[in-house]
Design a protein around this ligand. Structure first.
Ligand code: PMP
Length: 352
């Protein structure tokens, strides 16, 4: 007899990680191409020496630093094993079977998976014609069953962002007992002042929780550490309840702490500035090649390709560049170092 598994698993879309192909450059996972900063590497090595001991399950020191850096109370902060883990914990903390989780589509591909696994139902609201969250339509889909709304800002995979006015209007429309998760995994790359920092909304909207990560701008994707800052400490406490014990390793905590110190902050900002300049160059070149790439506030661009997506991604791969293809829809391409971006743009020019 075969094992009895949950029926929901048979309908579950697989999370597709960006592929690593020897010899090719990987622009498929929105990582930084640069290794961790020397100062952070030293602290990683030092922390590794204590790996015989369990980590601090509450990441107390890191929580304290994040609270101080962001001007919030430590009770509002929770550290997790990457922000994808915090997304999962949040769904598990708020939604029972038959409750609803609303998010835009297309957006971060983990949302449907974690919603289904937790037993809740997904309500997917199409992006508008410019690939931006249609927040008015999302507000209209809120019902008595809604427990959580994800707003991915900037949105993965389109890079588009919602502005303060639209977001505030949305938050005013959503009942105050429905949790709204502002997934700001790419916040550090935002250059447009109209795009709000979610933390500035917490006082007025205590049902908001902001999710951030050390994976992207801080270049620690392989260590798995992110954080949540909730307007209401009860939400942070609930995320703690649904966390796997010891989920954040000692090494990850040490690397994140080192990343918050002044030298690392400065270098992070320099790297981000390079990405921001490069993304404008990459987008301009793609527009010139005839691709209707929407404005992006993240470290990637969205190339709408419809039915030609798979063939175009295969063409990039044949030229040594791995992009992330969403069949029938488009490709997401990470903005990397100038040299890697040049290689990608040469491939894209070849494929016109
Ligand atoms: N949210 C969004 C929108 C993302 O794109 C990602 C990474 N792909 C995450 C969360 C998760 O990042 P991590 O778990 O590495 O912190």
């Amino acid at each position: 007899m075969s094992p009895q598994l949950r029926p929901a698993l048979s309908t579950l879309p697989a999370y597709v990680p960006g592929r690593t192909v020897p010899g090719a450059i990987k622009l498929a996972s929105n990582e930084t191409p640069y290794p961790p900063l020397p100062h952070v590497l030293e602290r990683i090595a030092a922390a590794a020496a204590g790996a015989n001991r369990y980590p601090d399950s509450n990441s107390t020191q890191l929580v304290g630093e994040l609270a101080a850096c962001n001007g919030v109370d430590a009770a509002q902060v929770r550290v997790g094993c990457g922000s994808v883990s915090l997304c999962t914990q949040l769904v598990q903390a708020v939604a029972d079977a038959d409750d609803e989780v609303i998010y835009a589509w297309r957006s971060f591909e983990a949302y449907p998976i974690i919603t289904t696994v937790s037993g809740a139902s997904s309500v997917q609201v199409p992006l508008d014609g410019g690939y931006v969250h249609d927040l008015d339509a999302m507000a209209q889909r809120v019902t008595g069953k809604t427990r959580l709304v994800f707003v991915c800002n900037p949105n993965n995979p389109t890079g588009t962002a919602v502005d303060r006015d639209a977001l505030v209007r949305f938050l005013r429309a959503v009942p105050s007992d429905v949790v709204v998760a502002l997934d700001e995994a790419y916040r550090e790359f935002v250059a447009d002042d109209a795009v709000p920092d979610g933390l500035t909304l917490l006082d007025e909207f205590p049902n908001v929780v902001v999710l951030r990560t050390f994976s992207k701008a801080y270049g620690l994707a392989g260590l798995r550490v992110g954080y949540a800052i909730a307007g209401d400490p009860a939400v942070a406490a609930a995320i703690a309840q649904t966390q796997v014990p010891f989920a954040v390793t000692t090494v990850a905590q040490a690397a994140a702490l080192a990343s918050l110190e002044a030298p690392a902050q400065e270098q992070m900002r320099e790297r981000v500035a390079e990405v921001v300049a490069e993304r404008e160059r990459v987008r301009a070149e793609l527009l010139r090649l005839g691709h209707a790439v929407p404005p992006t506030q993240a470290n990637f661009v969205w190339v709408p390709l419809g039915d030609t997506t798979t063939a175009w991604a295969a063409g990039c791969e044949a030229r040594g560049v791995i992009v992330r293809a969403f069949a029938g829809s488009g490709a997401r391409v990470t903005v990397s170092s100038p040299e890697e971006n040049d290689r990608f743009l040469a491939a894209a020019a070849d494929l016109v």
